[in-house]
Design a protein. Structure first.
Ligand SMILES: Cc1cc2nc3c(=O)[nH]c(=O)nc-3n(C[C@H](O)[C@H](O)[C@H](O)COP(=O)(O)O)c2cc1C
Length: 349
């Protein structure tokens, strides 16, 4: 039975352990989406992870749904990320980029020229987006036309090529948390009556086109995808999740991608249905500590365990788990703040 400290082969990459760092938005990019100088320090501090999955990164200016999040669509962003990947590799680590488009989670103040956000359908999120300009109401997004969807697919491909150019070891497609890819999967958000909506096969079309563009750029064995079925976030509902996710998993198997990453938030039945339909590596995340992670691996429930908030406050998390050292609790007030505090100042044990 594998433990958290058994090595794992992910395509061409040899992971020294199965303690994976979750993708986490930390809002330390500049106004142009370029990682600031503290970002290489932060990721290099966490290079003992079997794999680091980088924070959600925009495929285009229209993808930007939060203040100070990074992109991978300009030469300056590629150069900024190159400093990050070099620092992680110099520290002995491996890092994937996570690519996303926020779709209807964006607000005009964050978009070029105050543009209206885009989404599968003109259905707004309830509530507010907490930006540097203050809390802003979500707006009714503009439904994408079919031709524009091809353009966004191309942006995912271009950003994936940029990730390779920036030195990333692979790319994770962010199909979770109610952002654009996830918006297409959910029939309460996607009300389209063209080939991108309606049946499950149609709702899978854009997610798989985006995935195929990433695969073409990176190679299937260096590609992962993150899903979070029925997550209570961004008005996700997914009334037919127990059918959608096994269907998605079968498509992922056919493409022989590196891994499927499931954030297990409540709907264990959906994960249980999805997992046997996928033939590759399965990464399980959300709510794990050391003992829970070991138990999951021992039960054959996953091939690796993904840790989020504990990696924020424990840069040396693998060592702490291996030696049974206490885990520091972090301060969520600095999750998305500016500067080094709460970012690069958590000490090793
Ligand atoms: C500060 C913070 C930022 C996050 N940003 C992202 C993100 O950019 N992409 C993503 O897929 N998930 C994001 N998540 C979710 C985590 O990847 C993970 O699924 C979640 O924290 C549950 O794992 P945990 O219980 O180990 O923290 C974020 C979580 C936190 C705490």
């Amino acid at each position: 039975m594998p433990s958290l400290f058994s090595p794992l082969q992910l395509g061409p990459l040899s992971l020294p352990n199965r303690v994976v760092m979750a993708p986490m938005t930390r809002s330390r990019a500049d106004e142009n989406g370029v990682p600031t100088d503290i970002v290489p320090v932060y990721y290099a501090q966490r290079a003992s992870a079997g794999l680091i999955i980088g924070e959600a990164t925009c495929v285009s200016p229209m993808a930007k749904g939060y203040s100070r999040i990074p992109g991978l669509y300009s030469p300056e962003q590629v150069a900024g990320w190159r400093k990050v990947t070099d620092a992680v590799h110099a520290a002995g680590g491996r890092i994937f980029a996570q690519l996303f488009h926020t779709g209807r989670v964006a607000v005009p103040a964050l978009l070029p020229g105050g543009a209206q956000p885009v989404a599968p359908s003109a259905i707004a999120i309830k509530g507010k987006n907490y930006t540097d300009l203050g809390p802003l109401d979500y707006v009714v997004p503009r439904a994408l036309d079919a031709g524009e969807i091809a353009g966004i697919v191309a942006e995912f491909g271009a950003a994936a090529r940029n990730a390779v150019a920036a030195g990333f070891d692979g790319v994770e497609l962010h199909a979770a948390s109610g952002y654009l890819v996830h918006q297409f999967l959910d029939s309460t958000i996607n009300a389209r009556d063209d080939i991108y909506g309606g049946s499950i096969a149609n709702r899978l079309r854009f997610p798989l086109e985006a995935l195929d563009a990433v695969i073409a750029a990176v190679g299937a064995d260096r590609v992962g995808i993150k899903v979070s079925p029925c997550i209570k976030f961004n008005d996700v509902v997914e009334p037919d999740a127990e059918e959608v996710y096994p269907a998605l998993a079968r498509e992922l198997s056919a493409r022989r991608i590196g891994y499927l990453h499931g954030a297990l938030q409540g709907r264990y039945d959906v994960h249980a249905a999805m997992r046997p339909a996928f033939s590759g590596l399965y990464f399980a995340g959300s709510g794990f500590d050391g003992p829970k992670g070991e138990a999951m691996l021992a039960a054959g429930g996953a091939d690796a365990i993904v840790y989020g908030k504990y990696f924020v406050s424990n840069p040396d998390l693998p060592r702490r788990l291996r030696e049974g050292l206490p885990l520091a609790e972090g301060d969520s007030k600095t999750h998305y703040s500016k500067g080094p505090a709460g970012y690069i100042d958590y000490p090793a044990a």
